[in-house]
Write a protein that binds this ligand. Sequence first.
Ligand code: SAM
Length: 232
Amino acid sequence: LFIDHPLASGQAVALNADQAHYLSGVMRLPAGSQIEVFNGRDGAWQASITAASKRGGALSIGEQTAMQQDPPDLWLLFAPIKKARTDFIVEKATELGVARILPIQTEFTNAERIRQDRLQAHAVEAAEQCGGTFVPDVAPLVPLSRLLDGWDPGRRILWADEARVGPADTLSDLRRGPWAVLIGPEGGFSEAERLRLAGCDFVTPVSLGPRILRADTAAVAALTLFQAHLGD
Ligand code: SAM
Protein backbone atom coordinates (compact mmCIF):
# COMPACT_ATOMS: atom_id res chain seq x y z
CA LEU A 1 0.00 0.00 0.00
CA PHE A 2 1.30 3.50 -0.89
CA ILE A 3 1.19 5.95 2.02
CA ASP A 4 2.61 9.43 1.63
CA HIS A 5 4.21 9.51 5.09
CA PRO A 6 7.72 9.17 6.54
CA LEU A 7 8.38 5.53 7.47
CA ALA A 8 10.33 4.32 10.52
CA SER A 9 10.03 1.31 12.81
CA GLY A 10 7.44 1.79 15.53
CA GLN A 11 5.85 4.73 13.67
CA ALA A 12 2.06 4.99 13.99
CA VAL A 13 0.42 6.09 10.70
CA ALA A 14 -3.21 7.18 10.34
CA LEU A 15 -5.06 5.86 7.26
CA ASN A 16 -7.60 7.93 5.38
CA ALA A 17 -11.08 6.50 4.74
CA ASP A 18 -10.17 5.28 1.20
CA GLN A 19 -7.08 3.44 2.39
CA ALA A 20 -8.90 1.95 5.39
CA HIS A 21 -11.83 0.89 3.18
CA TYR A 22 -9.41 -0.69 0.69
CA LEU A 23 -7.78 -2.77 3.45
CA SER A 24 -10.88 -3.71 5.44
CA GLY A 25 -13.57 -3.60 2.71
CA VAL A 26 -11.78 -4.65 -0.51
CA MET A 27 -8.89 -6.76 0.83
CA ARG A 28 -10.96 -7.91 3.86
CA LEU A 29 -7.94 -7.66 6.14
CA PRO A 30 -8.88 -7.51 9.84
CA ALA A 31 -6.93 -5.54 12.46
CA GLY A 32 -3.71 -7.37 13.29
CA SER A 33 -3.04 -8.33 9.65
CA GLN A 34 0.44 -7.69 8.24
CA ILE A 35 0.88 -5.73 4.99
CA GLU A 36 3.74 -4.05 3.13
CA VAL A 37 3.78 -0.26 2.67
CA PHE A 38 5.97 2.21 0.73
CA ASN A 39 6.07 5.99 0.33
CA GLY A 40 8.05 6.18 -2.93
CA ARG A 41 11.23 7.39 -1.19
CA ASP A 42 12.21 5.09 1.70
CA GLY A 43 11.88 1.56 0.36
CA ALA A 44 9.27 -0.98 1.53
CA TRP A 45 8.29 -1.62 5.14
CA GLN A 46 6.29 -4.25 6.96
CA ALA A 47 3.23 -2.80 8.75
CA SER A 48 0.46 -4.18 10.93
CA ILE A 49 -3.08 -2.90 10.74
CA THR A 50 -4.02 -1.59 14.18
CA ALA A 51 -7.45 -0.27 13.15
CA ALA A 52 -9.45 -0.32 9.91
CA SER A 53 -13.06 0.66 9.36
CA LYS A 54 -15.10 2.62 6.82
CA ARG A 55 -14.22 5.89 8.62
CA GLY A 56 -10.45 5.43 8.79
CA GLY A 57 -7.74 3.31 10.29
CA ALA A 58 -4.17 3.12 11.54
CA LEU A 59 -0.97 1.17 10.96
CA SER A 60 2.03 0.45 13.11
CA ILE A 61 5.25 0.36 11.02
CA GLY A 62 7.55 -2.61 11.60
CA GLU A 63 10.85 -3.49 9.94
CA GLN A 64 12.09 -2.31 6.53
CA THR A 65 11.65 -5.15 4.01
CA ALA A 66 13.27 -3.63 0.89
CA MET A 67 15.69 -0.82 0.11
CA GLN A 68 14.49 2.04 -2.13
CA GLN A 69 14.85 1.03 -5.78
CA ASP A 70 14.81 4.10 -7.97
CA PRO A 71 14.21 3.37 -11.69
CA PRO A 72 16.67 4.49 -14.37
CA ASP A 73 16.67 8.24 -14.91
CA LEU A 74 14.36 7.85 -17.93
CA TRP A 75 11.44 10.20 -18.74
CA LEU A 76 8.43 9.54 -20.95
CA LEU A 77 7.08 12.44 -23.04
CA PHE A 78 3.78 11.49 -24.67
CA ALA A 79 0.80 13.16 -26.29
CA PRO A 80 -2.37 12.19 -24.40
CA ILE A 81 -4.83 10.10 -26.39
CA LYS A 82 -8.26 8.79 -25.37
CA LYS A 83 -8.72 8.58 -21.60
CA ALA A 84 -8.53 4.82 -21.06
CA ARG A 85 -5.47 4.49 -23.31
CA THR A 86 -3.76 7.43 -21.61
CA ASP A 87 -4.31 5.63 -18.30
CA PHE A 88 -2.80 2.53 -19.91
CA ILE A 89 0.33 4.44 -20.98
CA VAL A 90 0.85 5.81 -17.45
CA GLU A 91 0.38 2.36 -15.89
CA LYS A 92 2.75 0.59 -18.32
CA ALA A 93 5.36 3.35 -18.05
CA THR A 94 5.31 2.94 -14.26
CA GLU A 95 5.68 -0.84 -14.55
CA LEU A 96 8.53 -0.43 -17.06
CA GLY A 97 10.37 1.94 -14.74
CA VAL A 98 10.30 5.61 -15.72
CA ALA A 99 11.29 8.41 -13.35
CA ARG A 100 8.98 11.09 -14.78
CA ILE A 101 5.95 11.15 -17.07
CA LEU A 102 5.37 14.38 -19.02
CA PRO A 103 2.12 14.68 -21.03
CA ILE A 104 2.77 16.98 -24.01
CA GLN A 105 0.30 18.99 -26.10
CA THR A 106 1.06 18.70 -29.83
CA GLU A 107 -0.78 20.12 -32.83
CA PHE A 108 -2.77 16.91 -33.38
CA THR A 109 -3.26 15.97 -29.73
CA ASN A 110 -6.96 15.30 -29.30
CA ALA A 111 -6.99 15.74 -25.51
CA GLU A 112 -7.24 19.48 -24.70
CA ARG A 113 -6.56 18.84 -21.05
CA ILE A 114 -5.71 15.97 -18.73
CA ARG A 115 -6.66 15.10 -15.15
CA GLN A 116 -3.12 15.14 -13.71
CA ASP A 117 -4.34 13.97 -10.26
CA ARG A 118 -6.14 10.98 -11.80
CA LEU A 119 -3.08 10.03 -13.84
CA GLN A 120 -0.88 10.36 -10.74
CA ALA A 121 -3.28 8.02 -8.89
CA HIS A 122 -2.92 5.52 -11.76
CA ALA A 123 0.86 5.66 -11.37
CA VAL A 124 0.48 4.94 -7.63
CA GLU A 125 -1.82 1.98 -8.34
CA ALA A 126 0.60 0.62 -10.94
CA ALA A 127 3.52 0.94 -8.48
CA GLU A 128 1.49 -0.87 -5.79
CA GLN A 129 0.57 -3.61 -8.26
CA CYS A 130 4.10 -4.21 -9.56
CA GLY A 131 5.66 -4.26 -6.11
CA GLY A 132 7.81 -1.24 -6.85
CA THR A 133 9.00 1.20 -4.21
CA PHE A 134 9.04 4.20 -6.56
CA VAL A 135 6.18 6.25 -8.01
CA PRO A 136 6.97 8.39 -11.10
CA ASP A 137 5.91 12.02 -11.00
CA VAL A 138 3.19 12.89 -13.58
CA ALA A 139 3.80 16.47 -14.75
CA PRO A 140 1.15 18.97 -15.92
CA LEU A 141 0.31 19.06 -19.66
CA VAL A 142 2.81 21.28 -21.53
CA PRO A 143 2.92 22.35 -25.21
CA LEU A 144 5.72 20.59 -27.15
CA SER A 145 7.16 23.92 -28.36
CA ARG A 146 7.43 25.28 -24.80
CA LEU A 147 8.95 22.01 -23.60
CA LEU A 148 11.64 22.17 -26.30
CA ASP A 149 12.28 25.90 -25.68
CA GLY A 150 13.18 25.18 -22.05
CA TRP A 151 14.76 21.77 -22.57
CA ASP A 152 18.07 20.91 -20.85
CA PRO A 153 20.18 19.50 -23.73
CA GLY A 154 22.04 17.37 -21.18
CA ARG A 155 19.05 15.01 -21.41
CA ARG A 156 18.73 13.47 -24.88
CA ILE A 157 15.33 12.78 -26.44
CA LEU A 158 14.74 9.49 -28.26
CA TRP A 159 12.00 10.49 -30.72
CA ALA A 160 9.93 7.50 -31.81
CA ASP A 161 9.28 8.47 -35.41
CA GLU A 162 7.22 6.23 -37.68
CA ALA A 163 8.66 8.02 -40.69
CA ARG A 164 12.11 6.77 -39.77
CA VAL A 165 12.99 3.44 -41.37
CA GLY A 166 15.69 0.90 -40.84
CA PRO A 167 17.45 -0.44 -37.77
CA ALA A 168 18.20 2.04 -35.04
CA ASP A 169 21.87 3.03 -35.03
CA THR A 170 21.43 4.63 -31.64
CA LEU A 171 20.76 1.65 -29.43
CA SER A 172 24.45 1.25 -28.65
CA ASP A 173 24.57 4.65 -27.00
CA LEU A 174 21.35 4.19 -24.99
CA ARG A 175 23.63 3.88 -22.00
CA ARG A 176 24.83 7.44 -22.58
CA GLY A 177 21.88 9.08 -20.87
CA PRO A 178 19.95 10.50 -19.29
CA TRP A 179 17.17 10.06 -21.85
CA ALA A 180 13.55 10.93 -22.48
CA VAL A 181 11.38 8.94 -24.88
CA LEU A 182 9.00 10.98 -27.08
CA ILE A 183 5.78 9.43 -28.42
CA GLY A 184 3.32 11.35 -30.60
CA PRO A 185 -0.50 11.41 -30.71
CA GLU A 186 -2.86 9.29 -32.78
CA GLY A 187 -2.55 11.86 -35.55
CA GLY A 188 1.25 11.75 -35.46
CA PHE A 189 3.45 14.88 -35.40
CA SER A 190 2.76 17.84 -37.72
CA GLU A 191 5.27 18.85 -40.38
CA ALA A 192 6.27 21.92 -38.35
CA GLU A 193 6.85 19.73 -35.27
CA ARG A 194 8.90 17.27 -37.29
CA LEU A 195 11.09 20.07 -38.62
CA ARG A 196 11.53 21.50 -35.13
CA LEU A 197 12.47 18.10 -33.69
CA ALA A 198 14.84 17.27 -36.55
CA GLY A 199 16.61 20.59 -35.86
CA CYS A 200 17.35 19.82 -32.20
CA ASP A 201 20.79 18.23 -31.78
CA PHE A 202 19.65 16.61 -28.49
CA VAL A 203 16.90 14.71 -30.36
CA THR A 204 17.63 11.27 -31.85
CA PRO A 205 14.91 9.76 -34.09
CA VAL A 206 14.35 6.01 -33.84
CA SER A 207 12.17 3.57 -35.74
CA LEU A 208 10.14 1.01 -33.79
CA GLY A 209 9.82 -1.20 -36.86
CA PRO A 210 8.12 -1.07 -40.25
CA ARG A 211 4.52 -1.11 -38.99
CA ILE A 212 2.60 1.90 -37.67
CA LEU A 213 2.01 1.30 -33.96
CA ARG A 214 -0.77 2.86 -31.93
CA ALA A 215 0.59 5.45 -29.52
CA ASP A 216 0.11 3.24 -26.46
CA THR A 217 1.83 0.32 -28.20
CA ALA A 218 4.68 2.63 -29.25
CA ALA A 219 5.15 3.87 -25.68
CA VAL A 220 5.49 0.33 -24.37
CA ALA A 221 7.76 -0.72 -27.25
CA ALA A 222 10.10 2.26 -26.84
CA LEU A 223 10.34 1.92 -23.05
CA THR A 224 10.98 -1.81 -23.41
CA LEU A 225 14.04 -0.97 -25.53
CA PHE A 226 15.53 0.78 -22.51
CA GLN A 227 14.38 -1.88 -20.09
CA ALA A 228 16.12 -4.52 -22.23
CA HIS A 229 19.26 -2.45 -22.77
CA LEU A 230 19.71 -1.00 -19.31
CA GLY A 231 18.42 -4.04 -17.46
CA ASP A 232 17.18 -1.99 -14.53
N1 SAM B 1 -1.60 8.08 -37.73
C1 SAM B 1 -1.18 6.82 -37.12
C2 SAM B 1 -2.25 6.40 -36.12
O1 SAM B 1 -3.27 7.11 -36.01
O2 SAM B 1 -2.12 5.37 -35.48
C3 SAM B 1 0.22 7.02 -36.59
C4 SAM B 1 0.45 7.78 -35.31
S1 SAM B 1 1.19 6.76 -34.15
C5 SAM B 1 -0.12 5.99 -33.37
C6 SAM B 1 1.57 7.72 -32.76
C7 SAM B 1 3.00 7.71 -32.38
O3 SAM B 1 3.51 6.40 -32.16
C8 SAM B 1 3.91 8.32 -33.44
O4 SAM B 1 3.88 9.73 -33.39
C9 SAM B 1 5.25 7.76 -33.03
O5 SAM B 1 5.76 8.52 -31.92
C10 SAM B 1 4.90 6.36 -32.54
N2 SAM B 1 5.07 5.33 -33.55
C11 SAM B 1 4.11 4.57 -34.13
N3 SAM B 1 4.64 3.66 -34.97
C12 SAM B 1 6.00 3.85 -34.94
C13 SAM B 1 7.11 3.23 -35.60
N4 SAM B 1 6.95 2.21 -36.45
N5 SAM B 1 8.36 3.70 -35.34
C14 SAM B 1 8.54 4.73 -34.48
N6 SAM B 1 7.52 5.37 -33.82
C15 SAM B 1 6.27 4.92 -34.05
